[in-house]
Design a protein around this ligand. Structure first.
Ligand code: PLP
Length: 222
């Protein structure tokens, strides 16, 4: 169930320049429609096969963000409508997004995902490869892809100091990339912070928080 009071409370807590992405993965069409009726417009999903049928069933002015790992062979299914892909972590994927965005005659916004946590399973560019990224030739070969910033996930840890330090490391990566002037003025987003840590993320410079369970209740899987 969509919890309107929590939604309103979070909006009141965060600065107005911070965007709230309502993470609706695993929740049904009716729940998302309910949130939509309460004014929510940006929704995040982590799987293409879940996002596509939801986008077909729900109002067309929803701004869909893909926040989970994306395989290159699935880009074509979301390219016609996705607003932003938060989880870009390879050049191969960037090239495929360029190809599919061009085919659909549009621009797709993306964030570069960085692996900032201590967890092994998380995807993302490695911060130690930042120099390599800065030297890449690809950046001016993808005119239909708008690089809007960075994304990262902190460790699932009780240690809030660790979480804070991981967010700081993402902010540093953002600053380095911004300074490089490789990207346009649209490079301004730092997507970090979820239900359990969005307050810390905002303190550390987040401009987009991705909140699911706080808004919709516990999911039925771990
Ligand atoms: C599920 C998910 C979230 C939201 O997590 P909650 O703890 O439910 O707020 C945020 N970001 C990503 C990438 C996710 O997969």
């Amino acid at each position: 169930m969509f919890q309107k009071e929590v939604y309103t409370q979070i909006l009141n807590e965060i600065p107005s320049h911070v965007q709230l992405v309502a993470v609706s993965k695993t929740y049904g069409i009716d729940v998302i429609q309910n949130a939509y009726d309460e004014g929510v417009r940006i929704f995040g999903e982590n799987k293409v096969q879940e996002l596509v049928p939801k986008a077909e069933a729900l109002p067309k002015d929803i701004r869909w963000h893909l926040i989970g790992h994306l395989q290159t062979n699935k880009v074509k299914y979301i390219a016609p409508f996705v607003e932003m892909i938060h989880s870009v972590d390879s050049f191969k994927l960037l090239q495929e997004i360029q190809k599919q965005a061009l085919r659909n005659n549009r621009t797709i916004k993306v964030l570069l995902q960085f692996h900032i946590s201590e967890e092994e399973t998380k995807f993302g560019f490695k911060p130690e490869n930042l120099d390599m990224l800065l030297k890449e030739e690809i950046w001016n070969q993808i005119p239909n892809v708008q690089i809007c910033g960075v994304m990262g996930m902190a460790s699932f840890s009780e240690d809030m100091n660790q979480v804070r330090n991981e967010f700081k490391s993402l902010k540093n990566i953002f600053d380095t990339l911004k300074k490089s002037q490789l990207f346009s003025d649209s490079f301004k987003e730092i997507s970090m912070g979820m239900s359990g840590d969005y307050k810390i993320a905002v303190e550390e410079g987040s401009t987009m928080i991705r909140v699911g369970s706080a808004l919709f209740g516990k999911r039925n899987y771990a």
